[in-house]
Design a protein around this ligand. Sequence first.
Ligand SMILES: [Zn+2]
Length: 342
Amino acid sequence: MKVAWFHRFGGPEVLVYEETGKPTPGAGEAVVRVRAVGINHVDLDHRAGTSRIPVNFPHILGREFAGEVAALGDKAGPLKEGDRVWVTCRLPCRTCDPCLSGRDNLCVREGYFGLDLPGGYAEYVKVPISNLNSLPSHVGFEDAAASQIAFGTAWHVLINRGGLQAGQSVLIQAAGSGIGSAAVQLAKLAGATIFATASSDQKLERAKALGAHHLINYSRENFAERILDLTDGEGVDVIMEHVGGEVFTRSLQCLKRNGVIVTVGAHAGEVVPFDIIPFFRRELRLSGSKNASVMELRTVMDLVAEGKLKPVIHRTFPLAEAAEAHRVVESREIFGKVLLLP
Ligand SMILES: [Zn+2]
């Protein structure tokens, strides 16, 4: 089978397209013929070595993918060869305290495809049968491979950690990003009033088309001042903050009394100054968000199947052009997901 893998850390050119042996399933395992795999920024971090997580070489990336069951190690389960599936991106241990308390996203022994196990940048991937989820015939492989992580993370941020409810207001930072555009759709579904920021008017128009009500170009104006203007000085109930640095600090200025800021990324700065006084006087709340639980992933994929959430796909590439696809993602001049089609 063909894979796009890397043998050392470095730039996109280290991703090489080569022939290797096809995996065979053991008991409790299946082999999936990958039809589409989503590129996540974490793939680029792993390839560059900046994720600070050691990997074994040669390394096959690819955290979220969909395809067909090509082979089953045992036939006991409900699925059969040829069935269309999406594959849960995480492998929680299902025995630790967080797993047993329904918080499997905080599993202390979890694994990921594309990191701990060979991922989806390949024609075939071996997966535990418990990671297989039936994919309805009307949901395309590309949509399936573009939805799980963006919508799952956005759900965990807004609904689980942010407690967002109908009638509340929410600020979504960098609404032009993959997770940002997913969050706009979810916040609309939740019945919230949506304030969206982005670096360009073009990205803001796209956020508006997805359901954002108030658009703020943060390269031109101070978003915190603008939000205070728009809300009679009150601020917003929930903030999804995945930028970090000054954006995090400034976000605190437009958080409503008893509001919650959920932090889920820090590419623009990992250590920031923090004014404690207004924080306790206004009973503000800060919540970290890691990633979605398996149940949350299934919830958002059901919403995709029902047509209530629609992934935004920027572009697809054949697997042989994985290096070029990484260059496109790295440029950040994208709106939506970039996919590889093995
Ligand atoms: Zn666990």
